[in-house]
Design a protein around this ligand. Structure first.
Ligand code: APR
Length: 251
């Protein structure tokens, strides 16, 4: 009897785990999808799940999400694309109501802060016991952000902005997703310019003459104009507060 109870309880807990994650995913997808579009959130879920379910959680490459990104591609907002690196919090404070970050895209907003993985021989989605960001490169979470960021950058159009951290020695870090993936995907002809907004907290460590920013400038394909502005975090936040959700430029 004890064995049966344990088996049943475990089965219920396990299936609840998948069900809760799935329900949240579909609910958020629907909430974020305008009614006149053809996006079917159940189909989006299947495309998502198919990337990692039944697989070794250290063997999910970014390409596993190709189908998902074709079913739910990010919708660009020209002249309103905002990238960030080492500035997640302030970037989302500043973008609110105007700029579009990766996390404002449907998939980005559904999956921000989430952890998920599958297991060989199982059709479940697990939300704990999954490999950490650096534990293995090809883990489901890291691969999703790599693949989705590549797509987000590839559709960026008009004048784009990136918030970099001026309180670091190397604001344009070569190991970041922004440097490794996004910058490589920017398309001249689509993207007109990239404005680096170097945000400094209390300590100003880097300015626009920083060597890493020079590298960023050189990595931009010809046709994409490079601009750099320095601003303090407090000034940025105050400007945003004063102007609410309007699209006023605070740098
Ligand atoms: N361990 C855990 N999480 C990490 C790690 C790590 N070593 N490195 C990165 N991350 C996750 C964290 O969630 C972190 O907040 O990635 C996030 C971004 O890391 P940053 O170094 O701040 O920035 P970057 O790698 O450049 O990624 C941000 O990628 O998703 C796109 O459009 C988005 O422009 C943005 C960029």
């Amino acid at each position: 009897v004890v064995v049966v109870v344990v088996v049943v309880v475990t089965a219920v807990v396990l299936s609840n785990r998948t069900d809760t994650f799935k329900a949240t995913f579909i609910q958020e997808c629907e909430r974020r999808t305008p009614e006149n579009t053809s996006t079917d959130c159940v189909e989006v879920w299947s495309a998502f799940e198919q990337a990692y379910v039944g697989r070794d959680p250290c063997q999910v490459p970014p390409e596993a999400y190709d189908h998902l990104l074709s079913v739910a591609p990010p919708q660009p907002a020209c002249n309103r694309m905002l990238f960030w690196s080492g500035t997640k919090e302030v970037a989302h404070q500043v973008s609110e109501g105007c700029y579009q970050t990766m996390e404002d895209s449907m998939l980005g907003s559904v999956l921000d802060g989430m952890t998920w993985c599958g297991k060989e021989g199982s059709n479940e989605t697990f939300t704990s016991g999954c490999p950490g960001w650096t534990e293995c490169v090809n883990n489901p979470v890291r691969s999703f952000w790599s693949r989705a960021s590549a797509e987000f950058a590839a559709v960026a159009c008009g004048d784009a902005v990136v918030l970099l951290n001026g309180s670091r020695d190397t604001p344009f870090s070569p190991t970041s997703t922004f440097a490794k993936i996004e910058v490589q995907k920017f398309k001249p002809g689509k993207m007109k310019s990239l404005t680096v907004v170097l945000v400094t907290k209390d300590k100003v460590v880097a300015n626009c003459e920083n060597a890493s920013l020079n590298k960023l400038k050189k990595q931009l394909k010809p046709g994409i104009k490079y601009i750099c502005k320095e601003v303090t975090e407090s000034k940025l936040i105050k400007c945003k507060k004063d102007h609410g959700k309007s699209c006023v430029v605070c740098w």
